[in-house]
Design a protein around this ligand. Structure first.
Ligand code: GTP
Ligand code: MG
Length: 341
């Protein structure tokens, strides 16, 4: 992956700002230091780093007010820094279809290690994507999260991403014992797998959002390939109750999703979020099989998987709203060793 780094120094010399490089991606943080940005002295650089902004792309994609708030800078200064970062990271404008294709070529696929699921997804879970897994309680959302966390640590030849995982647990349902079972099920050393899965319990929605910043901060030196939020919506649902708070809740969720996606894109990683559907019909929410979060989530997610239970302990996953794959269903099982065909 390191060889695909956008060479900001070479693209800098081209005045049209568009090269054939995969200009949207900056994987390495070090080629152009943030100190090289206009208006950034050692003290400002320190503030930026403290706030988790240690590469150009992370800065370039911020809004002035957000950067000002997070890095404790003046908004005008933040604006200047962002403009500089945009120029140097070369993301400030339209890119050619060829450049986008290059970026798509970097997409990696994480195998579910279940043939039927991989087939449904055209080979596995893609990086640079946000996947929403939704379904009723007990439908197996958390099981998918655990399984993908384990699989992510596998070498690429075996369908993994040889990557580190960040797991934001909002319902206190992460179980290392379950990881151990699933790791053994794949012939992996449980300790090694657990060592690569970094788990944080989020106590409320504000904390949940802060944890994304924490991921940015901690990801240096790691090969972050999967970020899981299980569940994305439970705190938001509990805290923003009633119609009067709907708009604010959606705004917060939207921002949270954007930050997750951004963090994933910087790392060429995948985001997986879980979401419950309401089992009881409810006037306010309409269709009981529609996931919480409404339009914000529908637009933010690249893939949506709807899970449900079937007879004989089997599970059905339905692919919904994929941009480039046909909708369809597959059947699998949850066993002691993990998900199986
Ligand atoms: P909520 O978070 O409550 O909305 O549910 P969820 O969709 O996250 O469900 P979860 O992934 O927790 O699925 C729970 C189900 O997985 C259980 O009812 C079991 O059927 C299955 N399961 C969990 N652990 C095991 C296990 O060790 N062995 C087997 N065979 N099944 C398991
Ligand atoms: Mg769960």
């Amino acid at each position: 992956m390191a060889s695909t780094t956008t060479k900001a120094s070479s693209s800098e010399t081209k005045d049209d700002g568009v090269t054939d490089e995969a200009v949207l991606m900056v994987h390495e943080e070090t080629e152009v230091a943030i100190e090289d940005l206009p208006g950034v002295g050692p003290a400002t650089a320190e503030k930026l780093r403290e706030a988790g902004f240690d590469d150009l792309l992370a800065i370039a994609v911020m809004s002035p007010s957000e950067l000002a708030e997070q890095a404790e800078l003046g908004e005008a200064v933040a604006g200047k820094i962002i403009a500089g970062a945009k120029k140097m990271a070369n993301i400030g404008g339209f890119v050619s279809g060829a450049a986008l294709l290059d970026r798509r070529r970097e997409v990696l696929k994480l195998s579910a290690k279940v043939q039927s699921i991989d087939d449904l997804l055209g080979g596995g879970f893609e990086t640079q994507a946000l996947v929403e897994v939704y379904g009723e309680f007990g439908s197996g959302k958390t099981q998918i999260g655990h399984q993908l966390a384990v699989n992510c640590t596998l070498p690429t030849e075996e369908g993994g991403l040889d990557g580190d995982v960040f797991y934001i647990d909002t319902e206190d349902t992460f179980r290392p014992e379950r990881i151990t079972q699933m790791a053994r099920g794949l012939g992996l050393e449980p300790e090694a797998v657990l060592g690569r899965i970094h788990v944080a319990r989020a106590y409320n929605s504000a904390h949940q959002m802060l944890l994304v910043d924490e991921i940015k901060r901690l990801s240096r030196g790691l090969n972050v390939k999967l970020i899981i939020v299980d569940s994305l919506t439970s705190h938001f649902r509990a805290e923003y109750v009633g119609r009067g708070m709907l708009a604010e809740r959606q705004q917060k969720l939207n921002r949270h999703l954007k930050e997750l996606k951004q963090t994933a894109d910087i790392n060429n990683a995948l985001v997986l979020v879980t979401n419950q559907v309401h089992s009881k019909p409810d006037a306010m929410w309409g269709d009981p099989t529609k996931p919480v979060g409404g339009h914000v989530l529908a637009h933010a997610s690249t893939f949506r998987l709807y899970l449900r239970k079937a007879k004989g302990g089997r599970r059905i996953a339905r692919l919904v709203d994929s941009p480039n794959l046909p909708d369809g269903e597959c059947i699998y099982q949850v066993t002691e060793e993990g998900l199986r065909d």
